[in-house]
Design a binder for this molecule. Sequence first.
Ligand SMILES: *[C@@H]1O[C@H](CO)[C@@H](O)[C@H](O)[C@H]1NC(C)=O
Ligand SMILES: *[C@@H]1O[C@H](CO)[C@@H](O)[C@H](O)[C@H]1NC(C)=O
Ligand SMILES: *[C@@H]1O[C@H](CO)[C@@H](O)[C@H](O)[C@H]1NC(C)=O
Length: 210
Amino acid sequence: MESPKQLTSLLHFHFLFLVLCAAHRPYSALQCPNCGYTPVPYPLSTHPSCGNPNYPLHCSQNTLFFLSPTNNLYRVQSIDPLTQRLIISPPAFEPNSCRSLDLASGGLLLDESLPFNISSRNTVMLFNCSSNILLSPLNCSAQSPCRIFEEGGECDGLLCCSYLKDASMTSHRIRVRDGGCTAYTSVVAFREGLGIENWEFGVELQWAPL
Ligand SMILES: *[C@@H]1O[C@H](CO)[C@@H](O)[C@H](O)[C@H]1NC(C)=O
Ligand SMILES: *[C@@H]1O[C@H](CO)[C@@H](O)[C@H](O)[C@H]1NC(C)=O
Ligand SMILES: *[C@@H]1O[C@H](CO)[C@@H](O)[C@H](O)[C@H]1NC(C)=O
């Protein structure tokens, strides 16, 4: 039999244990561990046990990815938690073609039920476009910056167009398709006269704060 005194200290111990657990839990439910060397700032989440599940990213082999609802993985190049922005890599092209690797799933698609969107700092360049898209508000002129990119590549000599992904268009997809345009890339904060060696290739996404 335990004496009342022992019982009290046992209860104390239990209470302390619960307090410590309670103190520990919110901590582990906050920031996710680094993915390789890349910090994963809250509320971004690589695992159900950390971050917020509405902000999912994917960590595989020490590399951080953004997962689209069409199951394409886009590598995360950088994250700025202060401005709630992250930059993902545009997909590569299929070898010896002017076709983005995500062409079969229609290009980049964001889940509209998640708090991510495509920011308005992206200059999107579309390649191998069919002439019927000239009707849309795109810059397909000979001075369009996409001409600089396609030079010497697989898309050279095909119709290309550029546009600023601003608030006038959907901020949840960059569309490519057979019979439209079959490849794309994107440059963040593009400025006129900036040499291609200084272009920041990427698609900048923004997330709504919690
Ligand atoms: C350009 O797009 C068409 C379909 O619109 C496709 O058949 C063709 O292979 C593409 N060209 C290249 C170089 O990938
Ligand atoms: C297309 O872009 C170039 C370079 O930014 C610009 O000089 C030109 O005026 C634009 N043309 C159209 C039709 O918007
Ligand atoms: C994207 O989301 C941010 C944060 O919620 C919002 O401020 C911004 O206006 C949105 N941008 C577009 C182009 O919809």
